[in-house]
Structures are given as C-alpha cells and as structure tokens.
Design a protein around this ligand. Structure first.
Ligand code: KIV
Length: 274
C-alpha cells in the first residue's frame, strides 16, 4: 500500500517505527521499495555520495529534479521525499513555493524536506498552504555547515538543547508532517519525540525517535570516504562489488567470459558466406 502523510500519522499514533533510506536512482529505489521501506529520501547528500562534492552546498534544483524523477519512476509504495537544496527556499517565500512545486510537478515527489527551525516557519507554512507536505529537518543541518563550524553534534548544552526543542515545536506548529532530527543527543531526541504529535525521524539521534533514516551508501558499505559514528553497516556491498569487478576483469582477460551461453548464434551457412 502507498505510504502517505496518513501512514506517518498512523505510525506515530500506533507507535510503529517508520523506516526511511536515501536513494537517488531508479534501480536502487525500486529495490528498496520492494524491500518494504516506508519512505525514500532523495537527499541532497547526493552531492557527496553521488556527485563527489565535499558538502551539499553545490547541489542544484536541476540535480534534485533529475534524481527525484528517477527515484519516483522506481517506486510504487514508498513515500518519496525530495530535499530542497541550498538557497532554494531561503530567498523568499515565492521562490520557496515555486521550487517545492517543481520537485512535486517535475520530480514527482510526494513531499519535500527542508532544513531549519523557527527561521523557516514562514516558508513551511506557505509550502503546506500550497498543499505540498513538508518534512522539517533540525539539529545538525548540513546546508548550514559553514555557520555551524562543521559536522558536529548539536544541542549538548542547556541553551542549545532548549533551542532545538523550540525549533521542533515551531516546525510542527507551522504545519510540518514530520521532522528529521540529525546528530542530537539521544535523551534530547527522546524528549522531543515525546513532546511532538508529528513523527520524528532520527539520524544520529538515538533509538527513541519515531523512525530512522540513513544514507544507503553508509549502511551498505558503499561510501568509505567518511563514516559517521551513528552509522551501522548492515551489509558490505562495496566489498561484494569490488570482488565482482575483480572477477570480471580476470574472466575477460583469461577469456573465460563470455561463455557460449552469453553469446548469440548464427546460421552456419550464413557464416560460410561471409
Ligand atoms: O540529504 C540527506 O541525505 C539527509 C539525511 C542525512 C537526513 O538530509
């Protein structure tokens, strides 16, 4: 069954944990959808894990539309969440609504995600007024990496923890249907999850969030440039790919691939005429 904002609402009510993974292309999205994931995030993390940038700041609306479209074509049941990239919603409400609309109309996303707390509540309100569901994202917000001074756990002292609680309440009040909590201490995420009516989706935010999200290259062992502490590796697909490619190289070089089973036959009489 198709996952929607109502699925998220029900899951919160029934204390069913929500599952979300990133994906950025048709093949991967189809695989994850068939595995039964609730939601696929076309994250702007694609800047790093797909395009090789050092952060998410260079990702464009065109990049996001391109990858969101590919994911949407592969998905039947998961809810497709598309990230609004850096500066696509901070230059005015009109720009924000138009860009959110493009991710829905051209990317065929089911909803959008954007980073920030109180300071983006006007934008969240305007986008939800346009009937586009918004997932908020607070705590460590990678698009603000230069303002935050690096990829660091947020909300460790009393003032910053209180500020994150205020952000969580504010984005809920502005109409967000869910909120990603990134890199905040587990007890703070637990408290926020208890306080909110909307589901919290944690990444580096402990076990008490209403759901979890991970970047798939991290949890499947495909991206090894940097592995955050909160990542658990559920499989080493990178190692399997490496072995597969080595076996392929060897087989091509020693002539054991392709075998007759991988080749096309032709009428002997025609071959003689050639
Ligand atoms: O872009 C992304 O992948 C994200 C997750 C880290 C939540 O925003």
């Amino acid at each position: 069954m198709k996952n929607t904002v109502l699925t998220f609402k029900e899951a919160k009510k029934n204390k069913d944990k929500l599952t979300m993974l990133t994906a950025y292309d048709y093949t991967t999205a189809k695989l994850f959808d068939e595995s039964g994931i609730n939601s696929i995030l076309v994250g702007d993390s694609l800047g790093m894990v797909m395009l090789g940038y050092e952060d998410t700041l260079s990702v464009t609306m065109e990049d996001m539309i391109h990858h969101t479209r590919a994911v949407s074509r592969g998905v039947k049941n998961a809810m497709v969440v598309s990230d609004m990239p850096f500066l696509s919603y901070n230059t005015g409400i009109r720009d924000a609504v138009i860009n959110a609309g493009r991710l829905m109309a051209q990317g065929r996303a089911d909803c959008v995600k954007l980073e920030g707390g109180k300071e983006v509540c006007d934008v969240i309100r305007a986008i939800t007024d346009a009937k586009i569901p918004v997932c908020a994202h607070i705590g460590l917000t990678p698009q603000a990496i230069n303002a935050l001074g690096g990829f660091k756990v947020q909300g460790k002292d009393l003032d910053s923890a209180r500020a994150i609680i205020e952000d969580a309440l504010a984005v809920q009040e502005a109409g967000a249907f869910a909120v990603v909590l990134e890199c905040v201490p587990a007890p703070l995420a637990s408290k926020i999850s208890e306080m909110l009516d909307i589901p919290t989706i944690g990444i580096g935010a402990g076990p008490d969030c209403d759901g979890q999200v991970l970047v798939y290259q991290d949890m499947l062992g495909l991206y090894k440039d940097f592995t955050p502490k909160f990542v658990k590796r559920f499989a080493d697909v990178g190692q399997q790919m490496d072995q597969g490619v080595r076996d392929y190289i060897q087989a091509v070089k020693d002539g054991s691939f392709p075998e007759p089973a991988h080749s096309f036959k032709m009428d002997e009489e025609i071959v003689k005429e050639l």
